[in-house]
Structure formats: C-alpha cells, structure tokens
Ligand binder design. Structure first.
Ligand code: SAM
Length: 216
C-alpha cells in the first residue's frame, strides 16, 4: 500500500477531494492511505506560528524550518521520500508518476506565501517538484494533482485495470487520443467514420496517428 503524508497549513482544502470518487474508494480498499497533517501541530508558541519575515527583506512571509523539521522527523520512516512542491522543482510528468507509484511512502510538503526556508530544501527534502511553469498560491493543488496521477497507476484503483494497458504504445509510452460517444451526429458534427467502421486495426492506427504520447 502506498502511503501519502501531506503537510499543509490548510488541511481543510483536502476534505472533499479525499472523500469523493476513486480516491475515496482506493482508500477504502486500502490500496492507498492518505493522511493530511496541519503543520501548526508542530509549533509550540501560543499563536502556532509557522511563518516569519525573510532575512534580507522582502514583502512575503517564509515557512519556518523548525515546524517542518519536526513534522518530517515525526513522519519519516525508512523508505519514505520527502517531496517539496515548488515552481522551481523538476516538472511532474507521467514518467515521474510511474516512479512515485512504485514508492512505499511519500511525504508532501505544501508551501505557502513565499515558500519555505531554503535549509528545508538543503537538508530535509529528497526531491523538489513543480506541476508547471506558473505560480500558484500553495502546494495543496499540486499535491492533489500528483496523488491523483499516481493513484490511478496503482493496480486496483481504476475500476477497469485494462484501461491503463490499452493506452501503452509500442515504445512503452502512454497515449492520449480523441474520444467520441453517442450520438454519431450532433448539429452536423460527425464522429470520424473510422471509429464506426468496426475495423479494429484501422481504429488502432487512427488512434496512434491522432493521439499524443505523454511518455511513461
Ligand atoms: N517562490 C516560491 C517558491 O519558489 O516555492 C513560490 C511561492 S508560491 C506563491 C507558494 C507555494 O505554492 C510554493 O511554496 C509551492 O509549494 C506552491 N506552488 C506554487 N506554484 C507551484 C507549482 N507550479 N508547482 C508546485 N508548487 C507550486
């Protein structure tokens, strides 16, 4: 079972996401386990302070190292990988998703404000991951994106496991192609004839030609 521990200062963001659809079912079936932790749990002061002003000046706040250090110390067991979400990180893709799907335990740190104290990166984090070249307000959405992409690769999570196999290309990539369903014609907009032909070889060729290989 792949275990995810998420460290965030906004744990409620995950509430509905984790209770719906295939992610909820995967947890019930014990295929994945997802724990969401409030970083403030690892603070000691009255205000549960997790951030402070940056040395050298600047407008934004920075997540402090002490609570993050304590949280990782408490959660990290053998075989765990600590991932920090940051737009500076390695771009997440299908290949990385397959790698994560083979892991046993992933700890996700969701940044906020101007990010985290750099010593967290230098001493506590195994990998920095970005979900794209744009700046979000926090690492919570990236955590959900990664969990969803990784979870669907775990055997048993998708209702029909052959869904994954039928998308593997000759070069062991992963193909995404156009899909259509009934009706065959809607407002004069027609489904491509080949898909109605019943000729599986031709359909396969068409899908390979029109699809996009998103790697593995
Ligand atoms: N300068 C900060 C940094 O390098 O992490 C960006 C701060 S951003 C406003 C707040 C947080 O959102 C980041 O710490 C990170 O956790 C998350 N974040 C924003 N964009 C992201 C992206 N494209 N991929 C992954 N995480 C992102």
């Amino acid at each position: 079972m792949l275990k995810f521990d998420i460290i965030t200062i906004f744990p409620n963001i995950f509430d509905s996401y984790l209770k719906e659809s295939l992610i909820a079912r995967a947890q019930k079936k014990c295929l994945i386990k997802i724990n969401v932790h409030n970083l403030r749990k690892w603070t000691r002061d009255r205000h549960k302070t997790v951030d402070d002003r940056p040395f050298g000046g600047g407008l934004g706040m920075v997540l402090k190292i002490e609570p993050l250090f304590k949280s990782i110390k408490a959660l990290k067991k053998k075989n765990a990988k600590v991932i920090l979400f940051t737009p500076r990180g390695k771009k997440f893709d299908q290949k990385m998703a397959y790698k994560f799907a083979r892991a046993k335990h992933l700890i996700f740190i969701c940044g906020r404000y101007e990010g985290v104290d750099e010593r967290v990166v230098q001493h506590l984090v195994d990998e920095e991951v970005s979900i794209g070249d744009y700046d979000l307000m926090g690492g919570e959405l990236p955590a959900m994106v990664v969990i969803e992409t990784v979870a669907r690769l775990i055997p048993g999570v998708l209702g029909k496991p052959q869904l994954l196999k039928e998308r593997i290309t000759k070069d062991k990539g992963f193909i995404e192609y156009e899909q259509y369903t009934r009706p065959e014609v809607f407002k004069k907009w027609r489904v491509p004839d080949v898909l109605l032909s019943g000729d599986h070889k031709k359909i396969e060729e068409w899908r390979q030609k029109h699809g996009k290989d998103i790697g593995n």
